[in-house]
Design a protein around this ligand. Structure first.
Ligand code: PMP
Ligand code: GLN
Length: 386
C-alpha cells in the first residue's frame, strides 16, 4: 500500500486526548484537557435550542450569520477600540482551530518561514508543516516565561511570512506586555510579514494584566488576523464556534480556505453565540473574576503540596515546577504517575516542545468547581505532601 501523508503519519494522538482518556480510565479528576465543568450562560444555550427547533437549520452564509459577524465587530470596538467592517472583515469558523488552519493555509506557500513561540500550542506546527512551510522556534524563558529579544530578532528574516502569537498563552498563562507586542510589531513590519493571533483566552485575563491585541498596535491592522473562540468566552468548548477579524484582503484570502474546509458552522450555535457576545460588560468581567478566584484557589493548594508554581495572568492554566517535590521523574512520567496513583490528570509541558525542551513542568487546568479543585489538592497532598 502507498504511504499516507508523511507529515501526519509521524504524529501521535494529541496529549489532551491521551490525558483525558487516562483520567477516565483511572477515575481521576481531570485537570489535564482544558474545559470548564460548568456550562456557559443558559440564555445562550436557550437561544441555540430555540433556533434548532424553530430554524433556520439549513446552510447559513459561508462567512457566518450576519448577527454574529456584527456582534464580533461590536466586541472589537467595545473592548479594544478596533474599527471593523463586519461585512468585509469578520468571518465565522468552526472553532478557533479551523480559523488557525484556514489562516495558515491561506497565507503560506511552501518554503516560507513561520515564527512560533515555545512552549507552543499543539496544532500550530502540524498545520505549518502541512502547508509546506518551515517553523523557526523562539523559546520563552521560565520561570517568568520571558520573551528573549535577541532570539526573536534572529528568528525573523526575509523568508518570514508570518508569526503565530498566542496571547493570553496556553500553557503558560502569559499575557504578552505592550513592550513585547511593540517589538513583535516592529519585526513583523520590518520583514513585511503577517501575524496570526490566537486570542481565544482574550476574556480570561486576571487583575493586574491587560490583554492588548497585536492588531491594535500602529501599522498592524492590515497585517494581523485576530482569532477568538466562543468555547472559551462562553464556557462551551464543545460548540466549536470561532471567529476571525482581519483586513478585507486577508479575510477574503482566508475565506477561500474556509469554503473548502468546513464551509460553514451550525446556525443555531452561531445565533446563540451572537446573543452571548452582545451581553453587557458585567458578563465578561464576572467570567474573568470567577476564573481568577479559581486560579488563586488552585495555586494556593499546589504551593501547599510543595510545587513551585509559576505566575499565570490569564487562560485556564497554571504551570508548576515538579523539581521541589524531589521526585526523580520527567514530566511525562510524573503525569502518568499522578493520574494512575493520585488520580489527578495533568498535562506534561514537554508536549508543547515538539523537538525537546524542559521536562520539569506540568500544566494544571483550574476551570473547575471549587470543591473539585479542593478534592484534587487533597489527593495530591495525600500522595505527595510533606
Ligand atoms: N488555541 C488555543 C491556544 C487553545 O488553547 C485552544 C483550545 N482549546 C484552541 C486554540 C482551540 O479552540 P477551539 O476549540 O475554538 O477550536
Ligand atoms: N485547548 C485545550 C487544552 O489546551 C484542548 C483542546 C483539545 O483537546 N483539542 O487543553
Amino acid at each position: 500500500m502507498k504511504p499516507t501523508n508523511n507529515s501526519l503519519s509521524q504524529l501521535g494522538t494529541t496529549i489532551f486526548t491521551v490525558m483525558s482518556a487516562l483520567s477516565q480510565e483511572f477515575d481521576a479528576i481531570n485537570l489535564g484537557q482544558g474545559f470548564p465543568d460548568q456550562d456557559g450562560p443558559e440564555d445562550v444555550r436557550q437561544e441555540a435550542a430555540r433556533v434548532a427547533l424553530e430554524g433556520p437549520n439549513q446552510y447559513p452564509p459561508m462567512m457566518g450569520v450576519p448577527d454574529l459577524r456584527q456582534a464580533v465587530a461590536e466586541n472589537n470596538r467595545r473592548f479594544y477600540g478596533l474599527d471593523v467592517d463586519w461585512q468585509q472583515q469578520v468571518m465565522v469558523t468552526s472553532g478557533a482551530t479551523e480559523a488557525l488552519t484556514a489562516s495558515l493555509l491561506a497565507l503560506l506557500n511552501p518554503g516560507d518561514d513561520v515564527v512560533l513561540i515555545e512552549p507552543v500550542y499543539d496544532c500550530y506546527l502540524p498545520i505549518v508543516e502541512l502547508a509546506g512551510a518551515t517553523a523557526k522556534m523562539v523559546r520563552l524563558t521560565p520561570s517568568e516565561w520571558a520573551l528573549p529579544e535577541a532570539d526573536l530578532r534572529s528568528a525573523f528574516s526575509d523568508k518570514t511570512k508570518l508569526i503565530v502569537l498566542n496571547s493570553p498563552m496556553n500553557p503558560t498563562g502569559k499575557v504578552f506586555s505592550r513592550d513585547e507586542l511593540t517589538l513583535i510589531a516592529e519585526l513583523v513590519q520590518a520583514h513585511d510579514a503577517y501575524a496570526v493571533c490566537d486570542e481565544v483566552y482574550e476574556h480570561l485575563v486576571f487583575p493586574g494584566a491587560e490583554h492588548v491585541p497585536l492588531m491594535s498596535l500602529p501599522g498592524m491592522a492590515d497585517r494581523t488576523v485576530r482569532i477568538g473562540s466562543a468555547g472559551k468566552t462562553f464556557s462551551l468548548t464543545g460548540w466549536k464556534v470561532g471567529y476571525l477579524t482581519g483586513a478585507p484582503d486577508l479575510v477574503a484570502a482566508i475565506a477561500k480556505a474556509h469554503q473548502f474546509i468546513t464551509f460553514t458552522t451550525p446556525p443555531n450555535l452561531q445565533l446563540g453565540v451572537a446573543l452571548g457576545l452582545n451581553k453587557s460588560n458585567d458578563y465578561f468581567n464576572t467570567l474573568a473574576a470567577d476564573m481568577a478566584a479559581k486560579r488563586d484557589r488552585l495555586v494556593a493548594g499546589l504551593e501547599r503540596v510543595g510545587f513551585d508554581v509559576l505566575p499565570t495572568e490569564g487562560t485556564y492554566f497554571v504551570t508548576a515546577d515538579i523539581r521541589p517535590l524531589g521526585i526523580e521523574m520527567d514530566d511525562a512520567a510524573f503525569a502518568q504517575y499522578l493520574v494512575r496513583e493520585a488520580r489527578v490528570g495533568t498535562v506534561p509541558v514537554s508536549a508543547f516542545y515538539p523537538q525537546s525542551g524542559p521536562t520539569n513542568f506540568v500544566r494544571f487546568c483550574f476551570c473547575k468547581k471549587p470543591e473539585i479543585l479542593d478534592e484534587a489538592v487533597a489527593r495530591l497532598e495525600a500522595f505527595l505532601g510533606a
